[in-house]
Ligand binder design. Structure first.
Ligand code: 5AD
Ligand code: SF4
Length: 474
């Protein structure tokens, strides 16, 4: 093989961003060199997402743009990784003559060997096998030279929820859980390497339990109350990794937001005062058709209990508009829930039918114009709530984990305890990157804040549980 440089291009979610880093590490471990310039690369890895329709179109057009590069470099190779790779497998090799290797999310460690085979003259290859019997969780390595402040740690993969619109159970397979000791060791290792914020990652991250108990937990009904042991994991990390400044997790499922998890939010100062909790719809009829296993009222009861125990906690969410059969009244119910929950941010999507999903048989009867109009109304409500929230913070003090420096503006940026982006002015000679600092909010922008650094934040408080509110989470 003559070429040794590669680039990974990422589409889609945080899970993919995380997988891209593992792809880079696996190739880096075999002597490959990462480049940021596709023109200089010998191998281009496209890490795809298939959660919505557009992602496949994007892949096809990206492959088209790579054709001149591929024709000019005799040894150039294109790898398609991620969910589209898993979903399409060998079919991708037939659909595009540009693709040399197709590799599923569970097969990342095999990539260097596959590239060697192709370089040795093998025809294009596809490897998309789930590691059901012996799940592998690749360990995240911090890039110390780049002073990285945040990192992701996978705690589970796959999804058994089978929401009727979602392709993830097909592309990521059934749920597999990572042993507790392994997770804690990885978080501790990252913290020792200078990482201050860890985000625990999983498709339904808060359903986690130690795999040693998997057989026992699986015996119980899927609709029974959650058997999650996630709060215990959070407590153990808080206890055993004191260097950590923040512990986030994504994406939780509302049905696993248990009273014990709410308690953990009240107890642990390490958990930020923000939660991204996908709701998808505010209509009970639609939620049922989506197979989400909660009602709008269940959702609200839980988040209110959470906010009562963790005052000031903000919420963001995911919402789908135009799900099959969604009426005007259903959509109004979604708007009502958005107002009642007071989301400060929402990722809103138009429903797109996906292969291998149960909702396919429901058709796609909400027309595009109606979907667009609903999306616009939703954006307007969420945007107004987000702005009002930011404006309400002017004059307050926030705690910022400073992550980056922009030489052009001379400002440092980071995130507050509630996840707002804060641009901070710092005293001359200070470089607060990687530190938690206190800042006074001076101005609210459309999607961020401007503040002035006031000093170091106090050491992480260990909150005591506030009194449980009557009628709290179910
Ligand atoms: N159509 C539109 N949005 C979808 N999502 C998942 N599947 C679909 C689909 N078929 C959205 C959900 C999920 C987010 C990651 O993507 O809101 O939470
Ligand atoms: Fe998809 Fe539902 Fe699983 Fe989330 S919980 S990954 S939306 S099936």
């Amino acid at each position: 093989m003559s070429g040794r440089r590669f680039i990974v291009q990422t589409m889609g979610c945080q899970m993919n961003v995380h997988d891209s880093r593992r792809l880079e590490e696996v190739l880096g471990g075999e002597g490959w060199e990462r480049t940021d310039d596709a023109a200089l690369a010998d191998v281009v890895v496209v890490n795809t997402c298939s959660i919505r329709e557009k992602s496949e179109h994007k892949l096809m057009s990206l492959l088209g743009t790579l054709r001149p590069w591929k024709t000019q470099h005799r040894d150039a190779r294109i790898v398609v990784a991620g969910c589209v790779a898993q979903q399409e497998g060998e079919a991708l090799l037939r659909r595009s003559d540009l693709v040399d290797v197709v590799i599923g999310p569970d097969n990342i460690p095999e990539l260097p060997a596959l590239l060697r085979e192709v370089a040795g003259g093998a025809p294009p290859l596809a490897r998309t096998v789930f590691d059901m019997d012996d799940p592998r969780f690749l360990v995240a390595r911090p890039r110390t030279a780049e002073r990285e402040t945040s990192a992701f740690v996978t705690v589970m993969k796959g999804c058994d929820e089978r929401c009727t619109y979602c392709i993830v159970p097909t592309t990521r397979g059934a749920e597999r859980y990572r042993p507790e000791d392994e997770i804690v060791a990885e978080v501790a290792g990252l913290a020792a390497g200078g990482v201050r914020e860890v985000t625990l990652l999983g498709q339904t991250v808060n359903s986690w339990y130690d795999p040693a108990r998997q057989a026992e937990v699986k015996l119980r009904s899927k609709v029974a109350p959650s058997r999650s042991e996630f709060p215990g994991l959070l407590r153990r990390i808080a206890r055993e990794v004191p260097e950590l400044a923040r512990l986030r997790y994504t994406s939780p499922h509302p049905r696993h937001l248990t009273p014990d998890l709410i308690d953990a939010h009240a107890e642990l100062g390490l958990l930020p005062a923000h939660l991204h909790l996908p709701v998808q719809s505010g209509s009970d009829v639609v939620l049922k058709r989506m197979s989400r296993r909660y009602t709008a009222a269940d959702y609200l009861v839980r988040v209110r209990a959470l906010q009562a125990r963790r005052p000031g906690l903000t919420l963001s969410t995911d919402i789908i508009v135009g799900f099959p059969g969604e009426t005007d009244a259903d959509f109004e119910a979604t708007l009502e829930l958005v107002r009642a929950a007071g989301f400060v941010q929402a990722f809103c999507f138009k429903y797109s039918p996906r292969p291998h999903t149960a909702a396919l048989r429901l058709g796609d009867d909400v027309d595009e114009t109606t979907k667009d109009a609903r999306l616009q109304r939703l954006f307007a409500v969420v945007e107004a709530q987000g702005r009002a929230h930011l404006e309400g913070l002017v004059g307050d003090e926030v705690e910022v984990l400073v992550e980056s420096f922009d030489a052009k503006t001379g400002r440092y940026s980071g995130r507050s305890e509630r996840n707002e982006i804060v641009h901070v002015e710092v005293p001359v000679g200070e470089d607060p990157r990687g530190r938690l600092v206190r800042a006074e909010v001076l101005e609210a922008y459309k999607h961020s804040l401007r503040g002035r650094m006031e000093g170091a934040a106090p050491p992480r408080p260990m909150r005591r549980g506030l009194p449980v509110v009557a009628g709290g989470a179910a």
